[in-house]
Every structure is written in C-alpha cells, then in structure tokens.
Design a protein around this ligand. Structure first.
Ligand SMILES: [Zn+2]
Length: 435
C-alpha cells in the first residue's frame, strides 16, 4: 500500500512537473513567436529580439546570395545578375582606378602618390574632398540635403538592427517616418525587423550587401554589392529600392555609374553626427552629443532657411538609437519639417514596384504620412511558421551582427584614405620628388 502510494505520489509529482514544463513551453513559445512581422515587432526585450530565428522565405533562398557579411561577387550560376551586369557594364568607366587600402609605407607608395596626384581630384571621390557633383557626364549630383526650407531629410544607416523595436516604437509614437538605409546582410539576418520598416511606413534605401569601401572594389564586385542588397530587400520586404547610400560615403564616379545602371539615386549628407564612429578615445559619446548640438545650433542660426539638410545618423546600436530619441524633440523644434528623404524629394514612387507610393511633400506636411497602407507588399510568410522553431543552423548567429559594429569601426580606422592621409601622402610624395 505504501509503495503504491509512493508510486501514485511520484506519478502525481512527475505529472505536475510535466504539466508545469508544458505550461513553460507554451508560455515561452508564445513569448518567442518569431514567425511574423507583427509578433516580432511586439518583442521589446533586446536580448530576445537579438536571438537569431529562422525565417523560411529567407533561409531557403540563401544559396542564391553571397555569404552573409562577406564581400559580394556575382555568383557563378546567377544568370539574372550576370545579364544585368552585362547590360550595364559597357557604360561603366574603366579609366577610374580601383582605390587601394595599401598603407603609405608599402612598396606601392610611389605608385599611390602618383595615382593620387593624377586621379584623386578628377573623378569626384567623396572620401578625398567631399565631392558630390560628379565630373563624369550623365551622372546626377548626389542628394546632400532636403530641398525644402527648414526641412530635415530624416534617416538612419546600417539597419535593420535586431534591437530596434523601442526606437521604432518611439518613432511611431511621434507619428514620424524616416528613411532607412539597410545593409543586405542585416536584412538576411533580421528579415522581420526589415519588414517592420515598411509596415511602419518608412522609406527603405540600400546600403550595400556587406558594407565595404565601395571604391576599393572592382566594378563587377561593386555591382554585386548593390545588386544582392536590392535582391535581398525585394525578397524580404517585397520592394526594390531606387536609392542607396555608400558606406563611409566612399563613392566616386565609377561607383556612381554602377549605381545609376541599377537605377539607384545616391543619397549623401552634409552634416555628420559621428554616432557610428565612437571609438572611446578620439570620438566619444560626448563628441556625438556635441555634434548633435552643433547641428541644432546651425539650424537655429538660419542656415536652413532657404534649403533643408540631411544629417548622418545610424540605427547601428543602442547608443546611436537612444541618442536619436534624446535629440528628437530638439530637432523637431528647430526644423519645421522632419520627413523621409524621398518625401522631401517628392519621390512618390520610391521603389521599382509601382504599387507602392509615398505621399508628396505637401501631403506629408499636411498630415498624410502614408498613402497606401492598405496594400500588402510583404511576401507571404506562412511557410515560415513551422520552420521558425526549427534549427537556426542555416542562419548566421547574432554574433555575426555584433561583429559588424566591430568590423565597421575597425575598417574605418584601418582606412588609410581619409583626406588627412591623402594630403599626408601627397606631401610625402612632394618631399620625395625633391630628392
Ligand atoms: Zn553604414
């Protein structure tokens, strides 16, 4: 009797435990529904947000894309990419050299000095002298400002960031739309976050596949960086961008020609918050706060009374996003209008697909922030539901995303092509040539 009682009680305990664990599983899976844009947008714990998930419409297609976070080149069997490249390659200049990342003390020093002297000021290389008006015939000037007075072309680079929900919630609470420059690899890693941008009524531009210095890439590889970022955005969000922003602003007339061949308008900036450049020594959080304050003072001084501005900011990490939130009220008060860049340009058809529209500038500032929110653009994600609980092996881990920040800033500091460095090289070249 005692033994059967013991058996009964242990069965009861086990059953209770099982029930408990079932309950736990139920609660947990409800909390971690990663199968739809809406469910993903509801997560506000950054740790949960940044836990990788599988999304079938993406991971079943990853074999059609370059490795996530690796420099892109046209895949061997990609006929569509090859055909597009063949159709535009004839119009890409071949006399503009691919830039080099060699340090000045290498054996390439003399060649580089010569190369910089001859070519650097010729082909509108922004990294050298902030040039935004192309020298090559047929290329439109880069967009560097919102044309309307007292208007800020509001936008953020480097997304989608996995923990951006609080930031996007804030924008939503302010009825604020922005332009987001998405990195293809980030879209592949965080597809539901990318979808949220469109669902929330923001504008999406491309920001390359792996965020390289584009002028250091061969023309074909630079094409691949743009092409695959556009294709990934199309796959995930359902629309193909017609605007892009060069990582680090590194663009010249060769890269602009490639972008033009892909129907991409080049969007730059004139003011920089330096929020992505924080390195803890030269550029600190204080530097960024000062940059924001300087920009606000510039606006207060009347600089934008006859034409607006674009200010470079990022959704790169919690600091860049929370700083954007901190300064939003001040930006709102010194500018009359904060609008997506496409809206400032009256670009009512922002994508290749014509079934999606942005409001005109006049519509937007009159309160019509979106014009076709009833149209469903997002791909059907029903097939993702079952797979969302399956292995994430086909998707890169979140550590890849974390490494982006590091890679970007390392690359930035490793880039020996800043204006100071170029001038330094030229001076050295001059001294050298005197002997
Ligand atoms: Zn960037």
């Amino acid at each position: 009797m005692q033994s059967s009682l013991r058996k009964l009680s242990s069965t009861f305990i086990i059953a209770s435990l099982l029930r408990l664990s079932f309950t736990d599983v139920r609660v947990q899976s409800a909390a971690l529904d990663r199968s739809s844009e809406a469910a993903e947008a509801a997560i506000t714990n950054p740790r949960e947000e940044c836990t990788p998930y599988g999304y079938a419409p993406v991971y079943t297609q990853l074999n059609k894309f370059p490795e996530v976070w690796e420099a892109a080149s046209i895949l061997p069997n990609d006929q569509a990419a090859r055909a597009k490249w063949n159709s535009i390659s004839g119009s890409i200049p071949t006399n503009i050299p691919v830039k080099s990342l060699y340090p000045f003390w290498s054996t390439n020093f003399l060649y580089l000095t010569l190369f910089f002297t001859i070519t650097v000021s010729t082909y509108c290389w922004w990294t050298y002298d902030l040039c935004t008006t192309p020298k090559l015939a047929g290329l439109a000037p880069d967009i560097t400002a919102a044309p309307e007075p007292l208007t800020l072309g509001y936008g953020f680079d480097d997304g989608p960031n996995c923990s951006h929900n609080i930031f996007y919630d804030y924008l939503e609470s302010q009825n604020q739309k922005a332009t987001f420059y998405f990195i293809g690899s980030n879209v592949a890693d965080w597809p539901l976050e990318a979808q949220r941008a469109l669902v929330d009524g923001h504008e999406i531009c491309a920001h390359t596949w792996s965020h390289p210095y584009m002028t250091t890439f061969t023309s074909e590889d630079a094409f691949a960086e743009l092409w695959y970022s556009m294709q990934m955005i199309k796959l995930v969000v359902g629309v193909t961008p017609t605007c892009w922003r060069p990582p680090y602003g590194d663009v010249d007339d060769r890269i602009r020609s490639i972008a033009k061949g892909l129907g991409l308008q080049t969007i730059m900036w004139k003011y920089d918050s330096e929020d992505a450049d924080v390195d803890g020594s030269d550029i600190t959080h204080k530097t960024v706060v000062r940059k924001y304050n300087d920009f606000i003072k510039t606006a207060e001084s009347g600089t934008f009374n006859s034409g607006g501005a674009i200010f470079l900011t990022h959704e790169l990490n919690n600091f860049t996003m929370s700083t954007a939130v901190d300064f939003y009220p001040q930006l709102k008060s010194v500018f009359k209008h904060l609008v997506p860049v496409g809206v400032s340009l009256n670009k009512t058809r922002p994508y290749v697909e014509t079934n999606y529209a942005l409001p005109t500038f006049e519509q937007y500032i009159s309160g019509t922030l979106t014009v076709n929110s009833n149209i469903r653009i997002l791909p059907n994600s029903s097939s993702s539901t079952s797979s969302s609980t399956s292995s994430d092996a086909t998707l890169p881990s979140s550590s890849n995303t974390a490494s982006v920040t590091t890679t970007s800033s390392n690359a930035a500091s490793a880039m020996n092509m800043g204006r100071e460095n170029v001038l330094f090289l030229l001076s050295l070249g001059l001294i050298y040539s005197m002997f």
